[in-house]
Ligand binder design. Sequence first.
Ligand code: ATP
Ligand code: MG
Length: 582
Amino acid sequence: MTPSDKLKEASPTAAGPAAPTQSNFIREIIREDVKTNKYSGRVWTRFPPEPNGYLHIGHAKAICLDFGLADEFGGGTNLRFDDTNPEKEETEYVESIMRDVRWLGFEWENLLYASDYFDQLYQWAVQLIKAGKAYVDDLTADEVRQYRGTLTEPGKESPHRNRSIAENLDLFERMRLGEFPDGARCLRAKIDMASPNFNMRDPVMYRILRAEHHRTGNKWCIYPLYDFAHGQSDSLEKITHSMCTLEFEDHRPLYNWYIKELGIFPSQQIEFDRLNLTYTLLSKRKLLQLVREGRVRGWDDPRMPTISGIRRRGYTPEAIRNFCNSIGVTKTNGTIELAMLEHFVREDLNKRALRVMAVLHPLKVVIDNYPEDQAEEMEAVNNPEDLSAGTRKVPFSRELYIEQDDFREDPPKGYFRLSPGKEVRLRYGYFITAQRVVKNEQGEVVEVHCTYDPATRGGNAPDGRKVKSTIHWVSASHAVPAEVRIYEMLFTKPDPNDVPEGAEFTANLNPNSLQTVKNVRVEPSLKSANAGERYQFERLGYFCVDPDSGPDALVFNRTVALKDTWAKMEKKQSAGSSGKAK
Ligand code: ATP
Ligand code: MG
């Protein structure tokens, strides 16, 4: 078994990604290309992360597109690390990216690095110099910027623009050999300083930079810029459809210019909208800042929108793929409600998560007419959505815990849970009626004494009498202690970047994004639950065992609460529109 097989096997998605459903314009482009036999009907894509941080949910959208579409048309996808910025890139990131892509349920055909092409790129730069299409410039980076002009003014040509080919070849070679200090010279494409598109105003192709590269070490002291590396890497790999986000739309003429001037494989770039989510930051740079400043516990903190964060939190790859398919792609950037992502998580967990009972804020219940040394096992359904998940036994005894919220000494109007004189159903248990309370010195209720009706075993009364409420519980002597971590949004504003002038996005961090609940009691079937396992705690939400869990100290993350605001919003919207239609 290869390491990748092992990973695949460990992943809950070994069955592979669901077929995409939503139609999108990129699919239409590919369909047309296949029909007209462009690229001989071949479809090959790449996912090109820069290994300068962990992948986030925005990358998941790109991954689902790149891998999903290629798969749909019988093609393949390369995973290519776009590693042309040696100062920011690390092997740790390379490894996390591979793990995350696989966890999402995808497997690449080839694992590649832009840095593998440094020799070829260098030769292509020489080819452009020889064709009179590139020159070595002595302007500093600042000067290059000043000469570039503005939106309304054309740029100015550099005084070094018309060097002879021989001189350019000599200087470029000496740049490579390390004869000049960092930033002293650069190689530029000779295109058009008056172009309305800034990217075409003699873009820089190579810069001098003495930095150790995570793969090529100190072999190079000149590095190609994104635009000179990306399209050519696509070409080398014979990528047919190179999908990227909209901010690269203005780079497309340059992408095509290099391909044309070099006479290489004509990959095509197609841009789509970047994923933005409310209350969420999707920028590796800013997420790195949160990690570095200790604002979160790490890249995999369950509050982070990173793939490793949402995995630890309990999101499923299926939910993320369904979400990505459902949002589709467009040509304008917008923002998606975080509630919609959560809706997909709930929908998927509802199908697969086993139900268990857990009490987050325990209140002791004593059933006075239940024999003191008796215990029995109640039969509980593991998943009403999937009866093949079977049943389990839950111990019941005289002393139980229920949620503090499920008892009121003075119930407000409309409160149907337990209160003095009122009867409720214990899920899978009996009907109980509260008789009296025991209070501590502060006057707080610490025990509720009840009676039970032995005829209601399993939760139904033979005389057909009804109760208005069913509550969950655990047996006090059998329950297992646990810690639960409840997460709220990491930011207080729908747009975390919305800050007063001079302030940083960190000003919008939610100080209450993590709440730790210590004295939780869970049913004993969870005693040996393993990290990563997901459950529904009945009536409370979905929870996932955290890797901090040990045999004597269970720790759960709340993945998402049960309440589904997105489903409600959708219902309202469709009710609103059907109302209008009438
Ligand atoms: P970041 O700003 O977070 O670093 P990036 O675009 O610089 O993002 P890359 O590693 O260069 O990150 O991205 C790899 C691929 O993922 C690119 O094709 C990029 O367009 C895509 N991508 C990145 N962020 C998003 C997003 N929010 N929505 C959709 N695609 C994205
Ligand atoms: Mg980038």
